[in-house]
Every structure is written in structure tokens, then in C-alpha cells.
Design a protein around this ligand. Structure first.
Ligand code: ATP
Length: 489
């Protein structure tokens, strides 16, 4: 069996389009860069991922509640959050190929080049020194010095094709938008993270739901970042969804909860059963302005590990700054100790589109059967857009009646489809390609013996099953609570 990972990304993009998962936004006008739409199967799969996250983070716990806050917020939120001042991307344009490079990524590229040039083999210590120096300048935003440093290194190692560079520039990644066309100065931003909606509602949520520390607030919603460089399909896009949770804790307990959330989030990922070896934990070196320490859960896309989810210790950065600017008291009062303080915060932040991509990419499988290619999506059943396809073999008589009856019986429990177009082989192939775990075929035997054929997507094994027991069969096979009950941390 071959995985699509050995092939190129175009195959994944094509599969997503042909089978109604993901389309380029405004495609009839040649699209818009780094923005995508989800099709009929895409939205079902996306909703299933959301539910899986929400159930695990909110529903199965008694100390986390959910919210849905607005995308547009008071302009001052972005002063307090530090995004106006700090949410910049540093980039540089190359004269030779006219390409834009993100500064940090370029450094890695240059170091790689230096290290691999035949005539200049540099040892790891030297490479590390260059990197450390660069990161220091980068962190302190010493752009002038960075420019000099860059030129010196490039000239020194004569990296011919990447010789000529423009000056380093920076750009804020937030989308600015006018609030009111009459007043010129009234503007705000599309939120670049969902977290701020949680922080500004901290008091409302705590009071209305009588929450006591430690407790969490979860949210799923759109975020917008005017990314300079789009990457790999829906991996880095300008309009995306985040599934974030802010966990408010007593100061001093941050190490314990930080460890807890790394473990718990990893467990959630493992439930997807995509292979534990596909995940890696990595400390985030280049910290964003609001984090004290941070870890990424990385996933192996093609040949390299990339960030999937961030676990961040935000300390009391956000609540403190919001109190300062809003002049509203956002401190927490602890009855036991009779003390008022700013709770510390551990954040878990996962990109919905990114996790969608990781599942979709890992699940596409190709098989050769009798010299014919079979493509199927080996999705976990709770993520599959459609759970069961009802496929009558012939479009007439009692077969139709039985098929409709089964359809009407199951449709209130699972998302199922009824398909009587094309040959049975073609119908199986279509369901395989969109990841439907089971197909039910109804034929003459169903009329005589009161049985149907249930076909398994992964094994292609077919079993005869009594119609009257169908409910039992799917109840057993689609029971997610069983493996959640076993362990949830
Ligand atoms: P990256 O380094 O990949 O830009 P980040 O460290 O800026 O990500 P965070 O601000 O920590 O990301 O956001 C949390 C999560 O939101 C990320 O782990 C990722 O899953 C998702 N995310 C961030 N930016 C994008 C984007 N442009 N497109 C899709 N998902 C994104």
C-alpha cells in the first residue's frame, strides 16, 4: 500500500476539490491567494472535528465552559493585547528571483546552504553561533544591524543566486477595517486570534457561571492574519479558524498545568489514530510577545515536522493589560485566601484548518487491486463526513421499499446518504474516496432473506446482516463514548 505522502501536494488538492471537501475561494475569478472554501463533504468533516474538540475540551469536563465572541472588537483591545505594536512579520525581497522571504525562514535556508556548500564546510558550533546572533538581533528588533549582518554573511560565503537583497521590511499582520464610513478615524481590526474575546469577557463569564479557579474558557471561531507568504494549501491561510482554550490558574501552579495541558492535548491528537510517530513536541524558541514559555505540538507533513498546535503560558499578560487600559477591575477574588490577584493563564491553541489538513493528508490511501487503483480516505469514523451509504442494487420494487425504510430508520442517528446512481462498483469507489466507513447494499436477497450486505471501507470485507439487527451493529461500531470513557485526562 502506498500513501499519498510520497506524491505531491497537487494530488491532495485535487482530491479535496473533486470530492467536495475544499475549493479555492472565488475560483471562477481565478481565486484569491491563501483563502479557501469548504464544500459539502468538507463542512461535514470540519464540523465533526469541531465537535470532537468541543466534546473533549468542554462537554466532558466540569471546569471548562464555552463562548462565541465577535470577530470585530473595540480597537483598544489590540492596544492592550500588544498586537498593534508587536504583531509584525519581518521579510525581505530577493532581486534575483523577485521572491519574498520571511526573515526567519530565510536564515534557516542560508544556514543550510552554507553548511552544504562543498568548499565551505562549517561545523555545527559555527552554525549555531550565527543562528544565536541572528535570533538575538531579531528578538531585539535591531533591523539596521540585521541588514548588515545579512549582507556580510551572504557576501562572505558567496551564495551566488541569493546575492542581491532589498532591505528588511516589516508589516503588521492584522487586517484593518473601517467601522463607520462617516467618521474617517473610526477603525478596528479583524481579530488575529480568538483569545482576546475570552479575556475581555473574563469577568462576565466568571460571574455568570460562578466559575472558580482553576477553570477554562473555550472558543471556536474565525481569525484573520494577512500572511505574506501562503504555504501548502490550507496550512497557512489568511482567513482561518482557531479552537482555543484559556485556562485560568493560581500563580505558582503554571508548571503543573502547563505539563498537564501538553499531555492532555497530545492525548486528544492520539485519539485520531494517525500514528504517534507523526507527532513531536518542540519548545517554541521565538516567543510571541505575550508568552513566557511555549510548546508546539508538531505534525509530520510530507518530510518535515510543522506546528499544529501551540500550548502557551501567557502569565497574567492579557488581563493585566486590559485592566490597565479599560480601567475596569479584572482581578480575581479568592474567598479562601481573601486575596485579589490576576490569575495566570495556560492557553491551548489549535488551527482547525491545520488539523483538518493533517487528518485529510494522512488519511488518503492508494491501493492496487487487480491492477486497478483504489483510493480511499481512511478517516476515523467520527470524523468521516458521511457514516453510512445506502445503496439499492436495483432501482425498483421491494428493494426500493426496504432501502428507503433502512434510510429513514438510520437518518436520525447518523449522517447517511441514499445513492442509486451508477454501477455498484462506482458507488463503492465514490464512498471510499470520501471516507464513508460503511456501505449497505440491498438486493434480491434482502427481499427473500431479510438481510443486507454491509461493506467495510478499509478491509472491503462484506458481511450479510439481518436487517432487524442493523441498529445494534452501528451502535456498537459508532460508539465514541467507549474509548473516551477509558481515559480522559
Ligand atoms: P505559525 O508559526 O505557523 O505562523 P503561530 O505560532 O503564529 O503559527 P499561533 O499564533 O500560536 O501560531 O496560533 C495558534 C495556532 O493557530 C497555530 O498552531 C496554527 O494551528 C493556527 N494558525 C496560526 N496561523 C495560521 C494561519 N495563517 N493559517 C492557518 N492556521 C493558522
Amino acid at each position: 500500500m502506498t500513501n499519498y505522502k510520497k506524491k505531491n501536494i497537487d494530488i491532495i488538492i485535487n482530491h479535496a476539490k473533486v470530492y467536495g471537501f475544499i475549493f479555492k475561494s472565488s475560483e471562477i475569478y481565478n481565486g484569491i491567494k491563501s483563502i479557501y472554501d469548504y464544500g459539502p463533504n468538507g463542512i461535514e468533516m470540519k464540523n465533526n472535528i469541531k465537535n470532537f474538540w468541543w466534546d473533549y475540551m468542554v462537554k466532558y469536563r466540569d471546569n471548562i465552559v464555552g463562548v462565541d465572541t465577535s470577530i470585530l472588537m473595540n480597537n483598544k483591545v489590540w492596544d492592550a493585547s500588544g498586537h498593534k505594536k508587536n504583531f509584525y512579520e519581518y521579510f525581505i525581497i530577493n532581486y534575483y528571483n523577485k521572491k519574498i522571504y520571511i526573515l526567519e525562514e530565510l536564515l534557516n535556508f542560508i544556514l543550510y546552504k552554507i553548511n552544504n556548500k562543498n568548499n565551505i564546510k562549517i561545523n555545527n558550533i559555527k552554525i549555531n553561533n550565527i543562528k544565536i546572533k541572528f535570533l538575538k538581533l531579531f528578538k531585539k528588533k535591531k533591523i539596521k544591524k540585521l541588514n548588515i549582518f545579512f549582507k556580510k554573511k551572504i557576501i562572505k560565503y558567496n551564495l551566488s543566486k541569493i546575492l542581491k537583497w532589498d532591505k528588511i521590511k516589516k508589516i503588521n499582520l492584522m487586517f484593518k477595517t473601517k467601522i463607520n464610513s462617516f467618521k474617517k478615524k473610526e477603525y478596528t481590526y479583524l481579530r488575529p486570534e480568538t483569545a482576546q474575546g475570552i479575556f475581555v469577557n473574563f469577568k462576565n463569564i466568571k460571574n455568570s457561571n460562578r466559575m472558580k479557579i482553576p477553570f477554562g474558557i473555550a472558543q471556536i471561531g474565525k481569525s484573520f492574519r494577512n500572511e505574506i507568504i501562503s504555504k501548502q494549501f490550507i496550512f497557512r491561510i489568511k482567513e482561518f479558524e482557531q479552537m482555543e482554550m484559556q485556562f485560568f490558574i493560581f500563580p505558582g501552579e503554571e508548571k503543573k498545568w502547563y505539563k498537564y495541558w501538553i499531555k492532555s492535548r497530545l492525548e486528544w491528537h492520539y485519539f485520531l489514530n494517525l500514528g504517534k510517530n507523526k507527532y513531536r513536541i518542540k519548545d517554541h524558541k521565538n516567543l510571541s510577545h505575550y508568552t513566557t514559555f511555549a510548546t508546539d505540538i508538531e505534525f509530520k507533513f510530507f518530510d518535515s515536522f510543522k506546528e499544529l498546535e501551540g500550548i502557551h503560558f501567557r502569565k497574567d499578560f492579557d488581563l493585566k493589560n486590559h485592566q490597565k487600559l479599560s480601567k475596569k477591575n479584572l482581578k480575581y477574588f479568592d474567598i479562601k485566601s481573601n486575596k485579589k490577584f490576576f490569575p495566570y493563564v495556560i492557553e491551548t491553541s489549535l488551527g482547525l484548518d491545520r488539523i483538518f489538513y493533517s487528518i485529510f493528508y494522512s488519511s488518503i490511501k492508494i491501493q492496487k487491486i487487480n491492477n486497478k487503483k483504489r483510493i480511499y480516505l481512511k478517516l476515523p469514523f467520527f470524523i468521516s463526513p458521511i457514516k453510512i451509504a445506502i445503496l439499492p442494487l436495483i432501482k425498483k420494487g421491494k428493494i426500493i421499499n426496504i432501502s428507503k425504510k433502512i434510510f429513514n430508520n438510520l437518518k436520525y442517528k447518523y449522517y447517511i446518504v441514499y445513492d442509486d446512481k451508477d454501477s455498484i462498483g462506482k458507488r463503492y469507489r465514490r464512498q471510499d474516496a470520501i471516507g464513508t466507513p460503511y456501505c449497505i447494499t440491498i438486493d434480491n436477497k434482502s427481499v427473500i432473506n431479510k438481510t443486507v450486505t454491509i461493506r467495510n471501507r478499509d478491509t472491503m470485507k462484506q458481511i450479510n446482516y439481518k436487517i432487524k439487527n442493523i441498529n445494534k451493529y452501528f451502535k456498537k461500531n459508532f460508539d465514541i463514548s467507549n474509548f473516551f470513557k477509558k481515559k480522559i485526562i
